[in-house]
Design a protein around this ligand. Structure first.
Ligand code: URA
Length: 212
């Protein structure tokens, strides 16, 4: 998996406020949204475009527009919803699909419990949004699912990633030849015994939406 850690003072500033346990939920939501837009700028570097010509008030000018089929943005429920608006602001013509993933406590593997996606993703560029890449189990299952449906490439946007999650993705997709990218604001130290990223920012879903 190609991993890009976005190195930018605004990204670092917003992430620092997100990490702060004293940041309240409205501020957390707003900053997560702003941070996603900054990550999305880098994550869409490979978005496909087609050449077009437009008439300026002065003369014809060559340019580009997003190619069809338009990209698909897939938030992983629940916390990924907090990253959706930041993505669609930059990609207003993108379609949005939803994936609910849960860990099966017998097999310890992530399974899909809810999907609302086109059946056929042939040729689609897919942007998966999930704030925390922790063990990597959920992201790996989501990416596998999307490739099974024909996705052309998959780019994951995560606010934070753990080295363990990146290693898991690398191991699962090693030699698969699948075009998979990760764009994140930081790679933290490690996971703790409860599966939280350290130092991390806590439970992203709870900080976005409260403990429900
Ligand atoms: N999910 C979270 O919300 N936070 C973590 O630190 C790890 C997984």
């Amino acid at each position: 998996m190609e991993t890009l850690v976005v190195d930018h003072p605004l990204v670092a500033h917003k992430l620092t406020v997100l990490r702060n346990a004293e940041t309240d939920s409205p501020t957390f939501r707003r900053l997560a949204d702003e941070l996603v837009t900054l990550l999305a700028y880098e994550a869409t570097r490979h978005v496909r475009v087609t050449d077009v010509t437009v008439e300026t008030p002065v003369a014809p000018a060559s340019g580009v527009r997003l190619a069809q089929p338009y990209p698909l943005v897939v938030p992983i429920l629940r916390a990924g919803l907090g990253m959706l608006d930041g993505m669609t602001r930059l990609l207003p013509t993108a379609e949005v699909g939803f994936l609910g993933m849960i860990r099966n406590e017998s097999t310890l593997k992530a399974e899909t419990y809810a999907t609302r996606l086109p059946d056929d993703l042939s040729g689609r560029q897919v942007y998966v949004v999930d704030p925390m890449l922790a063990t990597g189990g959920t992201l790996a299952a989501a990416v596998e699912f999307l490739f099974e449906r024909g996705a052309y490439d998959v780019t994951a946007l995560c606010l934070l990633a753990a080295p363990e999650g990146i290693a898991h993705m690398d191991q699962v997709f090693a030699g698969s030849g699948r075009p998979i990218r990760l764009v994140t604001a930081a790679v933290d130290e490690r996971l703790n015994e409860n599966g939280y990223i350290v130092p991390g920012l806590g439970d992203a879903g709870d900080r976005l939406y409260g403990v429900v």
